[in-house]
Design a protein around this ligand. Structure first.
Ligand code: BG6
Length: 495
């Protein structure tokens, strides 16, 4: 059953910040354009600065235009009317009382009870004090009449390591229940990511062969062309392993290996996902140097003004899964910044024991969203040679090319109270369990920090590292020839 999009006040902490500017406000603009916001909907923008709605709308207009999308001034105006700014000191108790009065007044003016969404688009270091003060001001208890709910939306990083993640979970749970907390992992809200389960389960051909009897390798790659984009403070503390692998990429892996959920409910999906995450095994301590690679692009230290920095901008790890159906296959999870291209994909190799024949399935998450399958055929002609052709489905031009952006989906689901695409506390902790031994080995310098050229495909070679963990390249869908010139199937066509 489809859930209704409930009326709400969305309080955005950090309305003048980078996340609000780049993602949230454009998402709200597009939801306004597509008439998807509820009838009673207000935005309260919290900021330390003395900003005006007019300033916010001007910077939003510039952002929309920079996205190569026409910006409709009437839509901007409609959205602007929904926004009210509250300039406040985030550390002052009294400010939260003022905030509460503002929300109560909006509700009274609207004449209906409104859910209260608190979106923390602020640095994670201040999550705990802000949430504590929200609690002290009783802002976690819903509307004035206690009929509409309060919900807390937070962005990763959910902690810095396993201990701080646990502390954060404990601190937030003092006033907010797990049910009220929406941990955003925007990868889960990407259209192509939501397709993973459907594709696996609704196609008998793949459903019956989705196990280690047929699948011999899984490679999840997320390369980025951009560097750290001026986020030196954030990135220096983060690094590629925490930034992409601990969250987004392990969530993708869980969707690939999880058992079919008993039902399509949020609870059933989360239960199956948690079980999958629990079965993922990090590399053994004595294998860290063959099973993990960390590297930093040249010039990074100057960029962050720290010549001693050991922060990795490239991370690749080989994992295994200890559960029936997946026990024997290597799983690679790889990411890096300042590489050749932006490419996020899941590549799955189907092969049978003792036979060179294989099929490579690639789920393209972005860009060129789609699914591609390499199949072997007899090459046309008099010879008995074989070749590989690629059957490809692309979203663009095939099905609605206009699908909601991840942040539009995040906002709509949070308004509906649908938690399917948000990470649970237990999932977050499992992801930390997987990466913590790697982080610890890297912190002790047990794995060398390699270098790579900006714009390259990553480090060329590590002393002992598995070659799948090094330079990351893959042909993009549109560049693939219809029939490759390959005549022997002995060669590996992946990577
Ligand atoms: C964020 C990371 O979570 O994801 C960024 O903090 C990264 O460093 C971004 O650039 C990538 O997201 P997307 O949607 O562009 O692949």
């Amino acid at each position: 059953m489809h859930k209704p999009i409930d009326s709400a006040i969305m309080t955005i902490f950090g309305i003048t910040g980078d996340l609000a500017h780049r993602k949230l406000l454009p998402a709200l603009y597009f939801l306004q354009r597509d008439n998807l916001l509820p009838e009673h909907f207000k935005i309260v923008g919290v900021t330390r600065r003395n900003a005006k709605v007019k300033d916010i709308m001007e910077s939003l207009e510039a952002r929309i235009k920079a996205m190569d999308t026409p910006c409709d001034s009437a839509i901007l105006k409609q959205l602007g009317k929904k926004i009210q700014i509250v300039s406040m000191d985030l550390t002052s108790k009294d400010s939260y009382k003022t905030l509460k009065t503002t929300l109560d007044t909006i509700e009274t003016t609207e004449g209906v009870c409104l859910n209260r969404l608190f979106y923390l688009a602020i640095p994670s270091q201040v999550f705990e004090p802000v949430v504590k003060l929200l609690g002290e001001a009783k802002l976690h208890t819903g509307c004035q009449h206690h009929t509409a709910e309060s919900r807390l939306l937070i962005e990763k990083p959910f902690g810095f390591d396993i201990d701080s993640a646990h502390e954060l979970i404990e601190a937030l749970s003092v006033d907010f229940t797990e049910e009220q907390i929406y941990r955003i992992d925007h990868y889960l809200a990407k259209e192509t990511v939501q397709n993973i389960l459907t594709f696996r389960e609704q196609n008998p051909l793949f459903k019956s062969s989705w196990n280690d009897q047929h699948i011999k390798r899984i490679v999840i790659t997320a390369t980025e062309k951009i560097g750290i984009e001026g986020r030196a403070n954030f990135y220096e503390h983060m690094g590629a392993l925490r930034d992409l692998i601990q969250s987004h990429l392990l969530q993708l892996l869980a969707l690939v290996i999880m058992r079919e959920p008993a039902r399509t409910s949020s609870e059933a999906i989360h239960a199956a996902k948690l079980e999958a995450l629990k079965s993922i095994v990090p590399p053994a301590d004595d294998l860290m140097d063959t099973m993990t690679v960390r590297a930093q692009y040249e010039g990074y230290r100057d960029e962050v003004e720290n010549q001693q920095s050991n922060t990795e901008t490239f991370a690749a790890v080989r994992l295994t899964v200890d559960t029936e159906g997946w026990r024997n296959i290597p799983i690679y999870v790889r990411t890096g910044k300042n590489l050749t291209a932006k490419d996020t994909e899941i590549s799955i190799l189907f092969a049978n024991e003792g036979s060179p024949a294989k099929n490579q399935l690639t789920i393209r998450i972005q860009p060129d969203e789609g699914i591609q399958l390499g199949i072997t055929i007899k090459k046309p002609g008099y010879e008995a040679a074989t070749g590989i052709v690629h059957m490809a489905f692309r979203y663009e031009g095939e099905v609605a090319s206009e699908h909601p952006d991840a942040y539009e989906r995040v906002i709509i689901d949070a308004l509906k109270g649908d938690k399917t695409l948000f990470a649970t506390d237990e999932e977050v902790m499992e992801c930390w369990r997987i990466v913590q031994p790697i982080l610890s080995a890297w912190e002790k310098n047990r794995v060398p920090l390699l270098g790579y050229k900006p714009g390259s495909s990553g480090p060329e070679s590590g002393e002992t590292a598995d070659s799948f963990l090094l330079h990351l390249t893959h042909p993009r869908l549109e560049t693939l020839p219809i029939i490759t010139t390959q005549t022997s199937l002995g060669e590996d066509e992946s990577n």
